[in-house]
Ligand binder design. Structure first.
Ligand code: C2E
Ligand code: MG
Ligand code: MG
Length: 571
């Protein structure tokens, strides 16, 4: 079996730079008929000049005949091996039968002498021409590979960036960019093979290209994204173009008899919207694409400023790990009140970030993004550790309250988290039955059987489990009764709308009925008014939480609030 060719190492910097220079400049000699004619003329002059030089300096016996290598090398460089051979033969004959060895003595050369020289010239001309031809081919290949994606042969991101840069230097106005993501292309590759996937990408590319105005190009930006550049005024005149591109991709692509549907997402950025570098356009188009994806729109136009919030969140995420280490996070507690008696029975721990420059940052700014990453693990571990020690301090103040912590679905899926929880709950100071984990409904999505097993394992540790934001997620009544739960927290959206929407009251009552039937505790969050409180109490909700009672408070303020409340109820 043939051994696979070794993959060459990445060239060092200088070599790489020369390669880039060569690949971009080697084509300085573009063979046009006029250039051919000019080159042939120069070569003829050189041959004539060398012949005259040899004759005038006294004949072939002197060293000047070697000057003939110069036109031979030039001919091989410009015209390849055929040119090298032709010039070698002409030069060989010019210094051949008619050129004396010694002009003054009138002594001629022997045939063997000039024939050997002519053959040597030919050998050099052909060898050099072949070598140059090979090198040109290699450079051509290197240049092609630098600017194309090798498997599909489509123009790649480097070409796209060059296209944007050169666009800026033309008189076509400012460029607009349309970024088209083939969202299910990876899935096609996984299921039908990566060759089929490449064929689908090529077909999609050609469909897009056909829709573009003449002279505009499309490029493969990522393996699943195709970018098209066009003058902004063209897009302004033809606002339907993006829709037409999307439409052209709606017809399934057929590869090897299989019809494949494409799921498409498009981000558009108009030129001249804001001052932007050509590369900035790419970022903006990606941001528009992402926004469309989040908002469930197939086509989305970049709006300046829209990406700033996302950049801000990413910036915060970058600092989060250090913030946890340096103790910048803190927990605020919001009381949970038994509606019938008005007694405080617990508290929800809600994280806040005291940022050294930006002050107090609410969780809404960084938590949803952190939940998308593994950063949620150290964060939740810190929250649990802090909440457990706060609970001990509460007990020392004579307050025996159930403390609830929010746990992200991602935490629950992690074995490491389970181990951490087990370790924390095994500590002697901890009473697991006084801990509640609040989990949103999305944690039960996907594999429900697995979710049930997981929750059962966690619940066996002795903690309580609550479904948070009930009614807003995707909970299916079909499995609700199978989940090992203790509490259902009716989302604040329903509580807020109690006075204005009859539907909300119906949902609250239905949730209470479910809780009663399944033996769960019902909690309503977001109670802001007395009217809402009365309505909820009337509907049979057992526990309430909201600004009506108290906003989430720092630990000491919370303790003071509960103690004040106790005094009030005692009076
Ligand atoms: P959540 O768990 O549903 O928490 C209730 C949110 O509603 C809290 O917002 C709370 O301040 C707010 N709230 C309470 N009562 C009222 C009210 O009467 N009116 C209004 N308008 N709002 C009220 P917060 O603290 O900003 O937290 C937002 C979300 O962030 C939480 O929703 C929870 O999903 C998440 N979160 C907070 N802390 C943590 C944490 O430590 N870990 C995890 N994984 N998530 C957390
Ligand atoms: Mg909660
Ligand atoms: Mg909630």
């Amino acid at each position: 079996m043939d051994e696979a060719a070794p993959i060459p190492e990445q060239p060092d910097n200088r070599a790489e730079q020369s390669l880039v220079w060569l690949t971009t400049h080697w084509a300085f000699w573009r063979p046009t008929p006029l250039r051919h004619l000019l080159a042939a003329l120069v070569l003829a002059l050189l041959v004539g000049g060398v012949t005259a030089l040899v004759y005038l300096t006294g004949g072939i016996q002197y060293v000047y005949s070697h000057s003939m290598y110069l036109p031979i090398v030039l001919a091989a460089l410009l015209f390849g091996w055929r040119g090298g051979l032709a010039l070698a033969l002409v030069g060989g004959v010019a210094l051949g039968p008619f050129m004396p060895i010694d002009v003054d003595a009138g002594q001629m050369q022997s045939p063997l002498n000039w024939i050997y020289r002519a053959l040597l010239f030919s050998l050099i001309g052909v060898a050099l021409g072949l070598g140059v031809g090979y090198l040109k081919k290699q450079l051509h290949m290197a240049r092609w590979l630098a600017f194309h994606e090798p498997l599909t042969g489509l123009p790649n991101r480097l070409q796209l960036e060059q296209g944007l840069l050169t666009f800026a230097g033309t008189d076509m106005g400012s460029p607009a960019l349309i970024l088209i993501q083939l969202r299910n292309i990876e899935m096609i590759g996984r299921n039908f093979g990566y060759q089929t996937m490449d064929e689908v990408i090529k077909a999609a590319y050609h469909r897009i290209k056909v829709q573009l105005p003449e002279g505009c190009s499309a490029y493969l930006f990522w393996s699943d994204q195709i970018a098209a550049i066009l003058p902004d005024n063209l897009l302004q005149d033809d606002a339907e173009l993006p829709e037409r591109i999307a439409g052209s991709l709606r017809t399934p692509v057929t590869v090897s008899g299989l019809a494949m549907h494409l799921e498409v997402q498009m981000g558009i950025v108009r030129g001249g919207v804001i001052e932007q570098s050509p590369m900035g356009l790419l970022q903006h188009a990606s941001a528009a694409l992402e926004t469309g994806l989040k908002e469930g729109r197939e086509l989305s136009l970049f709006i300046p400023g829209a990406a700033d919030a996302e950049r801000e969140v990413l910036g915060l995420l970058g600092q989060l790990r250090e913030a946890i280490r340096e103790g910048q996070l803190q927990l605020h507690y919001q009381p949970k009140v038994e509606l019938a008696s008005g007694r405080v029975i617990g508290a929800e721990a809600l994280v806040r970030w005291r940022h050294p420059q930006r002050g107090l940052i609410p969780p809404g700014l960084f938590l949803p993004a952190a939940e998308e990453t593994s950063l949620i693990h150290p964060l939740t571990e810190w929250v649990i550790g802090q909440a457990l020690s706060d609970q001990v301090r509460l007990r020392e103040c004579g307050l025996d309250l159930i403390v609830a912590v929010n746990v992200s679905p991602r935490n629950l899926q992690s074995k490491g988290f389970e181990r951490y929880l087990r370790g924390q709950l095994a500590m002697p100071s901890v009473r697991p039955e006084m801990i509640e984990l609040e989990v949103t409904e999305s944690a039960f999505m996907g594999n429900i059987e697995e979710a049930i097993l997981l929750l059962e394992r966690v619940r066996e540790l002795g903690v309580k489990i609550a479904v948070d934001d009930f009614g807003t997620g995707h909970s299916s009544l079909a499995y609700l009764h199978r989940l090992p739960l203790d509490t259902i927290k009716i989302d604040q959206a329903f509580v807020r709308d109690l006075g204005s929407h009859d539907g909300s009251l119906a949902v609250v009552r239905a949730a209470v009925m479910i809780c009663e039937a399944l033996g769960y505790k019902s909690v309503a969050e977001g109670i802001e008014t007395e009217a809402a409180l009365l309505e909820l109490r009337e509907s049979g909700v057992q526990v309430g939480q909201g600004y009506y009672y108290s906003r989430p408070l720092p630990f000491d303020d919370f303790v003071a609030w509960v103690e004040r409340d106790l005094t009030r109820s005692a009076i």
